[in-house]
Design a protein around this ligand. Structure first.
Ligand code: MRU
Length: 348
């Protein structure tokens, strides 16, 4: 597999792959402030739940790196302000809030300005490294479920680009391929932002993994034809209390179709995507600009005055989910509740 990193720290700034330009161009964006990072997250230059978590952490590291304040309280105030700006970017993926909380805790516990700066930057870099390790573990756990010759359907992009590297769903597929299994991936294009067509297909082709692109409305027909052995998708937030999974819009339709045709439906996600705290009705499902639906590329496809609903995510209930593949093993959705009750909130 060719190493692919979506984000890294580089001498006081952060470099990300500008995912808006793929697959046409592989271009990098240099980010110098938390505000620039917030814009990159909001505009989806970087996207995918684990990736935006690390991006937010690195955004805070940029503030810590640049802030000239010598007074601890002033320094912390600047960090809190950056945290607020980063929190306001995208509401649904829990990783974003988890990462900001983790960095801010370290900052608030550090005693001097020098310590805050050092600890915040180190923690953000550590999170990036951890992410890749987590995905490799998750990948190995998931690969045990995959048989040689399996045809796997996925939605959106839960690959190296959606994480720091290796990927969650694509991590499972990469690990299975590394074990010598022959896998065929069906990638759903994922309207309206086309992460499947633009990013998943690009990533898999880059690694020489067999992939076929379909439009989202072709998935059920493929299942009816007996062409799909497993469905594996990612998660933006898993509600531990009930086992509901929030993921890219279109996931629910695949889960319903998979249940109807008796096809195992798996979620691949790290523990940082599990929300041990909130109830489902407290979660905000992001609604995005209507133009994403009204246009395909630069081409407008609906009449002037068309009304649009454009939720970025949907909610799959636990009864449609065969298992949740994590770095600590594979769980049934109802098992997460037990983890959360005994865990002081983090499943640890
Ligand atoms: O809107 P996006 O592209 O950020 O949404 C991405 C997804 O829904 C992914 O499936 C999810 O974040 C998991 S990525 C490992």
């Amino acid at each position: 597999m060719k190493e692919l990193r979506s984000i890294w720290w580089s001498r006081g700034s952060v470099v990300i792959i500008d995912q808006r330009l793929l697959p046409k161009k592989l271009k990098y964006l240099r980010i110098r402030t938390a505000k620039e990072m917030a814009k990159a997250i909001k505009d989806m230059a970087i996207r995918g739940a684990p990736a935006i978590g690390v991006a937010a952490a690195m955004g805070l590291a940029l503030t810590a790196y640049r802030c000239k304040a010598r007074n601890r309280e002033v320094f912390l105030k600047r960090l809190r302000r950056s945290a607020e700006i980063l929190r306001a970017t995208r509401p649904t993926a829990v990783n974003l809030f988890w990462a900001i909380e983790r960095i801010m805790k370290i900052a608030e516990e550090s005693e001097t300005v020098e310590e805050i700066r050092k600890n915040v930057i180190n923690e953000a870099l550590k999170m990036a490294e951890e992410d890749v390790e987590t995905n490799k573990k998750l990948g190995r756990n998931g690969a045990k479920l995959i048989k040689d010759g399996d045809k796997i359907l996925t939605h959106c992009n839960a690959g190296a680009l959606a994480t720091v590297g290796y990927g969650t769903v694509l991590g499972v597929i990469r690990a299975a391929v590394e074990q010598g299994k022959s896998i065929m991936v069906y990638a759903c294009e994922t309207r309206p932002k086309l992460q499947g067509a633009r990013l998943t297909v690009w990533e898999l082709m880059r690694d020489g993994i067999k992939v076929k692109l379909i439009t989202d409305n072709m998935a059920a027909f493929l299942m009816q034809r007996g062409e799909i052995d497993k469905v594996i998708v990612g998660a933006d937030r898993i509600i531990a209390k009930t086992g509901h999974v929030i993921n890219k819009i279109g996931t629910l339709s695949h889960a319903i179709a998979a249940k109807f045709y008796n096809i195992p439906f798996y979620i691949a996600a790290p523990f940082s995507s599990i929300d041990f705290e909130h109830n489902l009705d407290e979660i905000v499902i992001e609604e995005r600009d209507p133009r994403e639906v009204l246009y395909v590329g630069k081409e407008r496809i609906a009449p002037k005055g068309t009304e649009v609903w454009n939720p970025a995510f949907d909610i799959t209930p636990p009864e449609l989910i065969s298992g949740i593949i994590t770095e600590r093993g594979v769980y049934r959705p109802e098992e997460l509740k037990e983890l959360s009750s005994g865990a002081g909130g983090r499943g640890e």
